[in-house]
Design a protein around this ligand. Structure first.
Ligand SMILES: Nc1ncnc2c1ncn2[C@@H]1O[C@H](COP(=O)(O)OP(=O)(O)O)[C@@H](O)[C@H]1O
Ligand SMILES: [Mg+2]
Length: 249
């Protein structure tokens, strides 16, 4: 059994299904990408997996049923309990304590970890030099890295990262990509969400593509890159967005 098993997961807001029956797996230490255009249901999937919105379907983590059909739904585990089991996440907007130092942001999240372990995390992300700095003194890119560091502070088995590269320039994004790959290589599984295919395809072991709440393709990056449906979902949409943007110029 995989570390994370998601089966037939659906989330409805009002009448419309944001997530529509998706099934996916993440193995221990694996880096799995979840990509798709804006509005595809990526964030909602992570919200459901980590316990922030109630889904139908089932979510199993480390062999434990977190949420499932019938009586299991009433006993769905809270986000805090899921985090204690080793299921961590980052947020699309970094959600740091801006009036605390970088190190204190990690201390809050990693209460059971000694400072030495937290410093090791900062070091691995190239943040150690900023450990005593207030978050407000950091660049946007550095703050995104602190968000990742904070998720790692609790020594999770799996980190779900929601658009960690959003707002970063190409160089910062490449740097972050390398660090994320290292996190997985050191044994922490990663579910990496992004709407930018480039970063995800370059570092993931396996990729799921969402569109309109459904998995429209899955496979190793090399297969996803040449998948016609994926190209259509992205290029078709992007082309339309470009036309719309040009029309308003
Ligand atoms: N709290 C909410 N209430 C109503 N609709 C929502 C809510 N959150 C997301 N949605 C809708 O669900 C769909 C999927 O959104 P989301 O999961 O944020 O997509 P993504 O992260 O892939 O951009 C979108 O159509 C979005 O408008
Ligand atoms: Mg999102």
């Amino acid at each position: 059994m995989a570390l994370l098993e998601v089966q037939g997961l659906s989330v409805a807001f009002g009448g419309s299904k944001a997530v529509d029956g998706i099934t996916l797996q993440v193995e221990s230490g694996q880096l799995v990408g979840l990509i798709g255009p804006n509005g595809a249901g990526k964030t909602t999937t992570v919200d459901a997996v980590t316990g922030f919105v109630p889904p139908t379907g089932s979510v199993t983590f480390g062999g434990i049923l977190l949420d499932g059909p019938g009586r299991f739904r009433r006993h769905a585990l809270s986000p805090t309990k899921r985090a204690r089991l080793g299921l961590a996440r980052t947020w699309q907007s970094a959600e740091l304590f801006v009036d605390l130092t970088v190190m204190d942001n990690l201390r809050v999240a990693g209460e059971r970890n000694a400072d030495a372990a937290l410093e090791e995390i900062l070091e691995s992300l190239g943040l150690l030099a900023f450990s005593g700095d207030l978050v407000t003194a950091l660049s946007h890119g550095q703050r995104k890295l602190v968000g990742v560091a904070r998720a790692l502070a609790a020594s999770p088995k799996l980190v779900c990262m929601d658009e960690p590269a959003a707002g970063l320039d190409t160089k910062e994004s490449e740097h972050l990509g390398k660090r994320i790959r290292e996190i997985a290589d050191h044994g922490t599984a990663v579910l990496l969400i992004d709407h930018d295919m480039g970063l995800v395809l370059s570092i993931s072991d396996y990729v799921y593509v969402l569109d309109f709440g459904k998995v429209i393709a899955q496979g190793p990056p090399a297969e996803i890159r040449t998948n016609d449906q994926v190209i259509e979902a992205y290029l078709g949409r992007r082309h339309k967005e470009q036309l719309a943007a040009e029309a308003t110029k």
